[in-house]
Design a protein around this ligand. Structure first.
Ligand code: GLU
Length: 292
């Protein structure tokens, strides 16, 4: 199958340098393989994500010269699709309605798998959370990271929330459902997501889909302790330098060859040239401080 990648930002704020590194890494990896790359807005968490950030992020990506393939996917416009995927897991009894409150779960384990059959109906979907019973089979949970090699997958909590009682559909479900539907062959994203990859492996298995390859990029650190993130109020990257300068800084962060690039070049030309010389073997594994 030909290479198909994606970039999947969450519009809970503007792009920061960490998101830019993921945008650059995923885009160049796909283009350097002669493959396709899709853009997906992961905005299922309606408490954290805002439509105005979606608009700004699309504008920022365009100013940076990224040209994505296919149709833009906006997850909040596809909740029926995710409900259908959750229904599938309820039918195969790999998911169940859960009536536990968070407070209750702190003191006693969930036993809701036993009442599943009584409340499987539309009202059940709207009122209750839905949780997934992940596999604990190591061979399913292990995965290969193109930079780090084989990673041993473990899952601490066997029951994974797919939909909360307040009807927020969980990232893991939305992400895997879309990656399967879009036939993504390789997932390039930040290494903060390595820990949840085993949960996603388990979901692929439940959906009887083949798993993609993974390339987790090094984390961009704000300081010795914290990574750049919207929650840590990281600065909007577009306010820090020109688009051309930012692309070159992201390439340097990924240890790519920037000798033939200049901040005076057009952003699309920078991306084209950078794709020609993009080399995943040069990408560092360990977290690095943000250069801006
Ligand atoms: N939406 C996630 C983020 O903004 C990325 C998820 C993924 O690439 O799987 O961090």
């Amino acid at each position: 199958m030909s290479y198909t990648g994606r970039f999947a930002p969450s519009p809970s704020g503007r792009l920061h340098f960490g998101s830019l590194v993921c945008a650059v890494g995923s885009y160049l990896r796909a283009r350097s393989e002669g493959g396709r790359i899709y853009l997906r807005i992961e905005d299922l968490d309606f408490y954290r994500c805002k439509k105005e950030y979606t608009k700004i992020i699309l504008q920022e990506l365009s100013e940076l010269g990224f040209e994505y393939d296919g149709k833009l996917v906006i997850q909040s416009e596809r909740t029926d699709f995710y409900k259908n995927r959750i229904d599938y897991l309820l039918k195969t009894e790999e998911a169940f309605y859960c009536t536990c409150t968070r407070a209750k779960l702190k003191t006693s384990p969930c036993t809701c798998t036993k009442i599943q059959k009584d409340i499987i109906n539309e009202l059940g979907y709207v009122q209750h959370s839905v949780r997934y019973i992940s596999t604990n089979d190591e061979t399913t949970l292990n995965f290969n990271d193109l930079l780090r090699g084989e990673i041993k997958g473990t899952i601490d909590d066997k029951f994974i929330t797919l939909k909360r009682a307040d009807n927020v559909i969980a990232y893991n479900l939305g992400c895997v459902a879309d990656d399967i539907e879009e036939e993504i062959t390789e997932v390039v994203r930040g290494s903060d997501l390595i820990d949840i990859t085993p949960v996603q492996q388990s979901l692929y298995h439940s959906f009887k889909a083949s798993v993609p390859d993974y390339l987790h990029l090094p984390l961009v650190m704000q300081d010795e302790k914290y990574k750049l993130s919207k929650q840590n109020n990281s600065k909007a990257v577009m306010t820090l330098a020109s688009p051309a300068e930012l692309l070159i800084k992201a390439l340097e962060f990924l240890n790519q060859d920037t000798a033939k690039l200049s901040v005076l070049m057009n952003v699309k030309d920078i991306l084209k040239k950078a794709a020609d010389s993009f080399d995943i073997h040069k990408i560092p594994v360990n977290p690095k401080l943000s250069p801006i």
